[in-house]
Design a protein around this ligand. Structure first.
Ligand SMILES: CC(C)(COP(=O)(O)OP(=O)(O)OC[C@H]1O[C@@H](n2cnc3c(N)ncnc32)[C@H](O)[C@@H]1OP(=O)(O)O)[C@@H](O)C(=O)NCCC(=O)NCCS
Length: 211
């Protein structure tokens, strides 16, 4: 049920966001986020969705600030079973063997900048005097995780996100990383599919009901 892939993605996602405190409770990964709109993320497969829901509904966080990510082939049905938790959206857990990702250069007149440290790579693409696109990849011993891939609306459909992904992957491969995961939004999924990523499972995103 994608346990290992989900765990690898969660570790990299947390590293990319700087959420360093995580523990396992009843086979649910509990990530302490500590942000005003998101105090905690409960990550689980469908098998442990009820346990994750119980944790979210009984913790002491303000309404609307406890979030769940559940790997399930049937997000609609599981969302109904999790009521009164609030359905937020569906994303998709995707994976690739890094050397298999198609590579694309940064199109002129844009220029790329790579920054970051040992475990996080940041890529920014600039053009026409502004930041046009950016993305991040956490690189852990368990593999890499791409996160926060975005292109400013004024610069979309010019191949910039493709170039961000290429730069992240090239940098990760140079660090001997061989596989990567990500959680794709509906907008991001066609991009990753076009680059050779495969979809493993939908991810149901829910939270405690907002006030
Ligand atoms: C998704 C996003 C990053 C794409 O950025 P972009 O720079 O426009 O993407 P690219 O120009 O590199 O697109 C490369 C390919 O991806 C696919 N693609 C990108 N956007 C698409 C869209 N809106 N609809 C369908 N396919 C799309 C196409 O195959 C495209 O190739 P083509 O233009 O030759 O057809 C951008 O729309 C965005 O920032 N969206 C909001 C944030 C978001 O959802 N990010 C993804 C998080 S997982």
């Amino acid at each position: 049920m994608h346990d290992e892939d989900l765990a690898r993605w969660q570790r990299g996602w947390s590293a990319a966001r700087g959420w360093n405190a995580a523990q396992r409770v009843d086979d649910v990964t509990v990530v302490r986020v500590g942000e005003p709109q998101c105090r905690v993320e409960y990550v689980a497969t469908e098998r442990d969705a009820a346990a994750a829901a119980h944790l979210a509904l009984t913790d002491s966080n303000p309404p609307g600030t406890s979030w769940l990510v559940i790997a399930t082939a049937e997000p609609g049905r599981v969302a109904r079973e999790l009521l009164p938790l609030e359905y937020v959206r569906t994303e998709w857990l995707m994976k690739i063997s890094l050397p298999e990702q198609a590579l694309h250069p940064v199109p002129a007149p844009y220029a790329v900048e790579v920054t970051g440290g040992r475990s996080v790579i940041d890529v920014q693409i600039y053009g026409y005097g502004e930041l046009a696109a950016s993305g991040r990849m956490a690189v852990l011993h368990t593999g890499a995780v791409a996160d926060m891939i975005q292109t400013d609306p004024a610069h979309r459909r010019r191949g910039l996100a493709r170039a961000v992904m290429s730069t992240l992957v090239t940098t990760a491969v140079a660090r001997n990383t061989t596989t990567a995961h990500l959680s794709a939004s509906p907008q991001g999924r066609p991009l990753y599919t076009s680059l050779g990523w495969t979809t493993l499972t939908p991810l149901l995103v829910a939270r405690t009901a907002a006030p």
